[in-house]
Design a protein around this ligand. Structure first.
Ligand code: FMN
Length: 225
C-alpha cells in the first residue's frame, strides 16, 4: 500500500510546557485523516527543534512528570498534568533523535525492539529521592512502551522504590497494550520495591486538546500532587 506524504499543515501550536511552546502534529486531524496515528510526522527533534528539553526541578516538589514524546501529543498531555499539579518536569532525551519521517521511525523502533537494543539517553537525571509520586508519560509503540521510556526505566528504575507510579500515554486508538505490565516488569528487574500504581491515563494522540476533563479527574485521584 502506498501512503501519501503526511500533511503537516495542520500542525498546531497547541500549548506550553514550562513556558515553552508545544507543537503537536496530530491535533486537528479527523479520524480518517489521522488513521490511528499511522504516518504522523514529527519535527525530527523529538519535540525540541525550537526549545531546550523541558526541565523544571525545584527543591520542594513531591511529584515529578517524566515523559518522552516524539510528535508532541504526549508532551501536550504532560503539560495538562503539570497545570493540574505542583510537579517538577523532566523530558526524556535520546542521543539520536527519532526521524521526522514515520516510516524511518517505525523501522528503527522495530529493529530496536527485535534486538532489545534500546536508545542511549542524553540527559542528566537528578536524585529522585524527594518525590513521592512519579508520573511516567510515553507514546505507545507496537502496543507497548516506546523505547526512550524503556531506556529510562532500565537505567534509573532502581531509584523509584516506594513511590507511586502514575502512567499516562497517548496512542493511536488501540489502547495501552502491555505498557503498564512492562513498567512493572522493568522496575522489578531494577530492584525497585513497594511501588503503588495509579490506573493509567490513556488518550488518543489526535484528541489531547480535548482531554482537559479526563486529565483533571485522573490527576485528582493521584496522591501527592
Ligand atoms: C513507531 C510507532 C509505533 C506506533 N505503534 C502504535 C501502536 O502499536 N498502537 C497505537 O495505538 N499507536 C501506535 N502509534 C501511534 C502513537 O502511539 C501515537 O501517534 C502517539 O500519540 C504519539 O505520541 P507523541 O506525539 O507524543 O509522539 C505508533 C507510533 C509510532 C511512531
Amino acid at each position: 500500500m502506498i501512503f501519501k506524504r503526511s500533511n503537516t499543515s495542520n500542525q498546531q501550536d497547541s500549548g506550553k510546557i514550562n513556558g515553552q511552546s508545544i507543537t503537536a502534529t496530530q491535533l486537528g486531524r479527523s479520524n480518517s485523516e489521522w488513521r490511528n496515528g499511522y504516518g504522523m510526522p514529527s519535527d525530527g527533534k523529538d519535540t525540541n527543534s525550537k526549545n531546550a528539553p523541558t526541565r523544571k526541578l525545584t527543591k520542594n516538589a513531591k511529584s515529578i512528570i517524566i515523559y518522552f514524546s516524539r510528535s508532541g501529543s504526549t508532551e501536550l498531555l504532560a503539560s495538562k498534568i503539570a497545570a493540574n499539579t505542583n510537579s517538577d518536569i523532566l523530558e526524556i532525551v535520546v542521543k539520536d533523535n527519532y526521524s521526522g519521517n514515520y516510516q524511518k521511525t517505525l523501522s528503527r523502533a522495530n529493529s530496536e525492539r527485535e534486538n532489545e537494543d534500546y536508545p542511549e539517553l542524553n540527559m542528566q537525571v537528578p536524585d529522585l529521592s524527594q518525590y513521592q509520586t512519579v508520573y511516567l508519560g510515553y507514546p505507545i509503540w507496537a502496543m507497548t512502551l516506546s523505547h526512550p521510556m524503556t531506556s529510562f526505566l532500565k537505567t534509573y528504575g532502581g531509584q523509584l522504590s516506594n513511590k507511586e507510579i502514575a502512567p499516562f500515554m497517548t496512542e493511536g486508538g488501540y489502547g495501552q497494550g502491555d505498557s503498564v505490565d512492562r513498567i512493572r516488569e522493568i522496575l522489578r528487574q531494577q530492584g525497585s520495591q513497594n511501588n503503588t500504581f495509579t490506573k493509567a491515563l490513556v488518550v488518543d494522540g489526535n484528541k489531547v486538546d480535548k482531554a482537559d476533563k479526563s486529565v483533571n479527574t485522573w490527576a485528582s485521584r493521584v496522591n501527592n500532587n
